[in-house]
Design a protein around this ligand. Structure first.
Ligand SMILES: [Zn+2]
Length: 132
């Protein structure tokens, strides 16, 4: 339902090209996903989030792009691996004309590649377990 298609590294960020099955495009389509993510990663409650609705991430999580939830889980797991870092910025964008249909780009401003890959794998595994 989610597939990492590519990862690119630039001077200030790492970008993950994430294909999301259109059936699971929004978190509201995955029963209990938000609740289970909060149970597993309670600190998601405190994530700041800029979104069009102006909601806290914990409220946004109920019905947002699944790739956006993936982004927040990824930075939370990075925070667990690298607790000295206080803030990790990230955002999710999509432009299917450029990146391919149903492909989202999660950009994370964090440059420790080995920790990033570890957190990315853990995020991918978590979503695979939580989504049918
Ligand atoms: Zn957000």
């Amino acid at each position: 339902m989610i597939e990492i298609r590519d990862i690119t590294i630039s001077a200030d960020r790492q970008s993950v090209y994430l294909w999301v099955d259109p059936c699971y495009r929004k978190t509201a389509k995955i029963a209990g996903l938000g609740t289970r993510l909060i149970e597993r990663l309670p600190n998601l409650r405190y994530h700041l989030c800029e979104n069009f609705a102006g909601r806290m991430f914990v409220d946004e999580l109920i019905d947002t792009e699944t790739a956006h939830a993936f982004e927040h889980v990824l930075i939370e797991l990075l925070g667990e691996l690298d607790p000295k870092i206080e803030i990790i910025r990230a955002f999710t964008k999509w432009n299917w004309a450029d990146y391919g249909r149903d492909v989202y780009v999660v950009e994370v401003f964090y440059l420790n590649i080995s920790k990033f890959k570890k957190a990315l794998k853990a995020t991918n595994d978590l979503f695979r377990n939580l989504c049918p």
